[in-house]
Design a protein around this ligand. Structure first.
Ligand code: ADP
Ligand code: MG
Length: 605
């Protein structure tokens, strides 16, 4: 038998290894920014073009590289940061694997310019697919510039696999924010396609958070400070009333490195227990300092997961510290700081009695008394609601298009009087009688469907109506949110928003869609931006669709809200006039039918 095993050529091995480190443009951004920080830079500039697909360049004023190092840095396992295995347990740098530049150079065209001094000449190296194309002496000031061009140019499959520019840019912004938040003393700037995204001057932590997330964040922050032998904690959480639906503003840094930790996240979440409604997320920026030998960073190539020696204690300290701070700022009514911390780990949760979640509702809010009703565009007549069963039948037939169903449901109900009756149960479902059985309707999901179709029709067919505000309203947003608002301004206007000005970190709103009340604008716009960020539509129609969905979600009557009989019936009428009444805009069932014979079966009839 002949031998069949052979060593892979270097460039193939490098490409395979690159897959672990370089998943997308954002991974390159992270590695280059971290290298600049490890080089003690005090000022770092990030330039990207076309979401990093054409160019990712990081320029720093750090200590630079010698001619030999400039050549060596592209070799696999070439690092100046550790020398021996024990160093792994005493890490003070972001990098240590010596893999990033080798991986990047395997899958892109890279220009490195570097100089260790301001007065002597520097080095320029051009490398593509791990092959050095040329090396020359150049004039360059102290520091390093690495330009990564046409990522995955030699692996078309991976290049095609990249997501749309908006998705990739979002990932890059996330990486940039994490690094910038971890190092408030360093000046950062960030340009995308020649326009400035961030320009962050050196400052303290609070200033950095506010510079990244917008002025409005300042008043929301509650400082956290605790020093123990195991861990030092510093940073901020936001007050419970600013809890959000998304987890996108939750940051843990351990020894200035951004990490993901579902376990420690749980500690924060539990400190907010009973202070925020279920399903909402606290925002936090927590900086932990632990002895370098008490953690192991070596468990993931992107280094975002680390192992702690004493995770359970850290959990308890985080939880207690946050509770204490929320209490001090008169946010939490009870402080249990003196409890034995070891009781506070999630493992005790299994023995805990369950508590009924509290849902905050405004008992006076009536969605049916807003202007939506006035603007109702589906030729809805007030006296129509007694005939909703025929609407239901029509809707069902329209959707199911089945002969059997239409036969079963087209004749009207047996008993005219009882048919109109509706019941609300658990402030959540509306139940009503139909000839073939009963229907139960999820009030929130059904109302979302109604509002969604209304918004879509208004936006796409009629042009939305706008109500002018008596006093234009100023709302602060972060720079990246402002960028997004500018991008979707026209669509927002189609929805009924009118802007007086869009400034650097504030917008001035002078008109809003007729269905929204003024006090809700800020929260609805925030939700809208978040939904658009996450959905990242590619065509302008789907963008409008996301907007209609988001507005419908924000404005729909919530679970937990009492509805009068009239309101219940109006909701049903409107629902069955919808084009697709059976599902919410997000594809969840809006109602369920139980046939009489199914009920009969339970009684063995
Ligand atoms: P690691 O950061 O794990 O050491 P990299 O491949 O990212 O591995 O970088 C290899 C080496 O190149 C680093 O150890 C460092 O000595 C040098 N280097 C990379 N980027 C820079 C930079 N911006 N300034 C100075 N030296 C750098
Ligand atoms: Mg590195």
């Amino acid at each position: 038998m002949s031998d069949i095993i052979q060593l892979l050529p270097d460039h193939v091995a490098n490409q395979i290894a690159a897959g672990e480190v370089v998943q997308r443009p954002a991974s390159v951004v992270k590695e280059l920014l971290e290298n600049a920080i490890d080089a003690n830079a005090t000022s770092i500039k990030l330039i990207i073009k076309e979401a990093g697909k054409i160019l990712i360049q990081v320029i720093d004023n750090g200590f630079g590289m010698s001619i030999t190092d400039a050549r060596l840095c592209f070799e696999r396992h070439a690092t100046s940061k550790i020398k021996k295995a024990e160093d792994l347990f005493n890490l003070h740098t972001k990098g240590f694997r010596g893999e990033a530049l080798a991986s990047i150079a395997a899958v892109a065209q890279v220009d490195l310019k570097t100089n260790q001094t301001d007065n002597q000449s520097g080095t320029h190296i051009r490398i593509e697919g791990n092959k050095v194309l040329y090396q020359e002496t150049i004039a360059f000031s102290k520091g390093t510039s690495i330009a990564v061009k046409n990522l995955f140019y030699n692996i078309p499959a991976r290049r095609n696999f990249l997501k749309s520019n908006s998705v990739e840019t979002r990932h890059i912004i996330n990486e940039f924010q994490r690094v910038a938040l971890a190092h408030p003393a360093i000046t950062f700037s960030f340009y995308h396609n020649d326009s400035e995204v961030y320009n962050l001057t050196s400052g303290n932590l609070r200033q950095r958070i506010v510079a990244i997330l917008g002025k409005k964040t300042n008043e929301k922050l509650v400082p956290i400070n605790e020093k123990t032998e195991v861990v030092e904690i510093e940073g901020f959480v936001t007050k419970p009333e600013f809890a959000k639906k998304k987890r996108d503003e939750q940051f843990f840094f351990v020894n200035n490195r951004f990490i993901k930790s579902p376990y420690l996240n749980h500690a924060v979440q539990s400190a907010f227990e009973n202070l925020i409604a279920p399903g909402l997320q606290p925002t936090y920026f927590l900086y932990l300092k632990v002895p370098t030998n008490s953690i192991d960073i070596n468990i993931h190539p992107t280094k975002t997961e680390i192992k702690f020696e004493d995770e359970k204690t850290i959990y308890a300290i985080i939880r207690a510290t946050i509770k204490h701070s929320l209490g001090q700022y008169n946010i939490a009514p009870v402080i249990d700081f003196n409890r034995d911390a070891s009781f506070d780990t999630p493992y005790t949760f299994k023995n805990k009695a369950s508590s009924t979640p509290k849902i905050e509702v405004n008992p006076d809010f009536n969605p049916f008394k807003t202007n939506i009703q006035k603007d109702y565009k589906f030729h809805y007549k007030k006296d129509n609601h007694t005939q909703w069963e025929s609407l239901y039948n029509d809707a069902i037939n329209k959707n199911e298009n089945s002969v059997e169903n239409s036969l079963a449901d087209t004749t009207l109900f047996k008993n005219e009087n009882s048919s109109n009756q509706t019941f609300q149960i658990h402030h959540k479902y509306i139940i009503c009688n139909i000839k073939s059985g009963i229907v139960y309707i999820h009030q929130n999901l059904a109302h979302q469907r109604i509002l969604y179709e209304e918004f879509l029709e208004k936006i796409t067919v009629e042009g939305a109506l706008s109500q002018q505000l008596l006093f234009p309203l100023e709302i602060s947003f972060s720079k990246s949110e402002i960028k997004l608002i500018k991008e979707i301004k026209e669509d927002l206007e189609n929805c009924g928003f009118l802007f007086d000005k869009i400034l650097e970190d504030t917008i001035v709103v002078k008109g809003i869609p007729t269905s929204i009340i003024e006090s809700q604008i800020s929260i609805i716009l925030e939700q809208l931006l978040e939904d658009i960020k996450n959905d990242v539509p590619n065509s302008s129609f789907s963008q409008l669709d996301v907007m209609a969905k988001s507005l419908a979600k924000s404005l729909a009557v919530k679970t937990g809200q009492y509805l009068t009989t009239l309101e219940q019936q109006e909701l049903i009428d409107k629902l069955f006039l919808c084009k697709q009444p059976d599902v919410s805009p997000y594809g969840k069932k809006a109602f369920v039918t139980i046939k009489l014979d199914e009920i009969d079966k339970n009684f063995n009839l």
